[in-house]
Design a protein. Structure first.
Length: 353
């Protein structure tokens, strides 16, 4: 059983702000030793996203790391889809626009997998789905890490929290491809009208026109699914078991990041603005549940399991959909199960308020 520390939303007051709560939780989960280079893993949100975790929360963590004698840097990685985080230059620009700067957080912002997302360390994991994967070099070479995760929904994984931040957010482009390649789609030609929207959206040139219809080049496709969402006719279809395969790989890949840092990682899950979509969505998506609060743990599996349980309880209490599984029709526990199975942590937890 792992300890999960909890500050519920109804405990917030003028004398107990979110920043105050993070400051109280942090000592319970800090792995930092004096002199450590400390990665503070965030998701700064895509350009146009407004519901990502706030820079003020990150600043509070940075200051506490410095108080412990650590040398903090704020880090994220590039993405597979065609957006404003595809390369390091755009990613840093986006982070700055969304408020994540050295001035606001008192620490430098680094794109952990380099200019084009190909700087990484290969880690053997010997999972059922993945035998190895590639962790962003700036993360793998850090001494310790604090993972700050905005918990939210996701159309392909049902849920994003600490495990997904480890098993997707900490990987370079090759590592992300390892997870997504189970999602290489097919085209239903009878639905395709040849509008070429998908071709403009694909960052990899994997969609082409033949005889007035789109076709997928499976050698170039990364399986990230941006084209599926972009098709106005619903002609692009992912494999039937895509969501299950993706989640299993994310869960397994989480151990690569953990092992890279010898387990010296603390986790904070920020469960506010429970949006339908990931922070990779460059637009606002509505919340599917009331706010829950802030969780902290040394165990990524336990903190995610507690997050799911508390969200489900909150949804039932307020008469919305009965569980997170109902939001997208995707069971978010698959990734947590896979992470536990490979040794990333334990689903058993003790909630401490």
């Amino acid at each position: 059983m792992s300890n999960v520390y909890f500050k519920p939303v109804d405990s917030i007051s003028p004398n107990q702000t979110q920043i105050d709560q993070v400051k109280e939780l942090y000592p319970e989960i800090s792995p930092v030793e004096e002199g450590d280079l400390v990665a503070i893993k965030i998701h700064p949100g895509e350009h146009g996203n407004t519901t990502h975790i706030h820079p003020a929360i990150v600043r509070a963590v940075v200051d506490m790391v410095k108080d412990e004698g650590g040398i903090p840097f704020v880090v994220d990685t590039t993405v597979l889809y065609n957006g404003m985080r595809f390369n390091a230059a755009d990613a840093l620009w986006t982070a700055s626009v969304n408020g994540f700067t050295q001035e606001s957080m008192n620490a430098p912002v680094i794109i952990g997998d380099g200019l084009m997302g190909d700087e990484s360390v290969t880690v053997e994991i010997n999972g059922e789905e993945l035998k190895q994967t590639t962790v962003a070099s700036a993360i793998a070479k850090a001494d310790s890490m604090i993972v700050l995760s905005h918990v939210k929904g996701h159309p392909a994984t049902g849920f994003g929290g600490a495990v997904k931040n480890l098993g997707m957010g900490c990987l370079d482009k090759d590592g992300k491809t390892d997870c997504h390649e189970v999602g290489i789609p097919t085209i239903e030609p009878e639905k395709c009208v040849g509008c070429e929207t998908c071709i403009d959206m694909c960052a990899w040139g994997a969609l082409k026109m033949e005889d007035g219809k789109a076709v997928v080049d499976t050698e170039l496709c990364k399986g990230e699914g941006f084209c599926v969402e972009s098709c106005p006719e619903g002609a692009i279809v992912p494999p039937e078991n895509f969501t299950e395969g993706l989640q299993k790989r994310i869960g397994e890949a989480s151990i690569a990041t953990i092992n890279s840092l010898s387990g010296k990682i603390g986790y904070i899950n920020w469960i506010f603005d429970l949006t339908l979509g990931c922070d990779c969505f460059g637009f606002y998506t509505p919340s599917f549940s009331k706010d829950v609060g802030i969780l902290a743990s040394k165990d990524p599996v336990a903190i995610d399991m507690a997050s799911i349980d508390l969200i489900n309880s909150k949804m039932e209490e307020h008469g919305s959909k009965s569980s997170m599984k109902d939001v997208w029709g995707v069971d978010p526990k698959i990734q947590v199960d896979a992470a536990e199975k490979i040794g990333a942590g334990s689903e058993g937890y003790t909630l401490k308020k």
